[in-house]
Design a protein around this ligand. Structure first.
Ligand code: ZN
Length: 151
């Protein structure tokens, strides 16, 4: 558990918020078409700038963290460009299959946007998300990253 009284904890928490946002968007990127993938990637670009600021200003310029952030941004880019920019959204409003590898999407949670319509809170393609997970886990780790996995 993170001790918020410890001065470094707030910086770990700040990194964690950015990484949560990145993961949320990486999941979204896995089930949309190519044009949307690149648009979603642009939305999380500032997160990488924020992480680099934290690394430089609050984590003593730790070079292993910097290398991890670069790796994660490249992985996000690779995920967004899968299928050579020709991925097409499948399944209308609520896609059920991955537009790249055609696997059924993983779903999590349930919400009801209107009465009687229950849809998953989150969805993503697990095999495709694996493109970015090793880099994300590296940046989260205590020995090579921000240590957000300790929260
Ligand atoms: Zn896939």
């Amino acid at each position: 558990m993170l001790d918020l009284d410890h001065p470094q904890s707030r910086h770990v928490f700040a990194a964690s918020q950015q990484l949560d946002l990145i993961l949320d968007y990486l999941k979204r990127i896995t089930y949309v078409g190519s044009k949307e993938r690149l648009a979603l990637l642009e939305i999380i670009r500032p997160c990488f700038a924020a992480l680099r600021w934290l690394q430089a200003q609050r984590f003593a310029g730790e070079s292993r963290i910097a290398a991890g952030i670069d790796e994660l941004e490249q992985a996000a880019e690779q995920l967004a460009r899968l299928r050579d920019s020709r991925a097409e959204w499948l399944g209308g409003e609520l896609p059920t299959d991955c537009p790249v590898c055609r696997q059924p999407l993983t779903t999590y949670g349930v919400y009801e946007p209107r009465p009687g319509l229950k849809v998953p809170k989150e969805r993503w393609c697990s095999p495709c998300l694996e493109v970015a997970m090793p880099a994300l886990q590296r940046v989260q780790s205590s020995h090579e990253g921000f240590g957000t996995d300790a929260i």
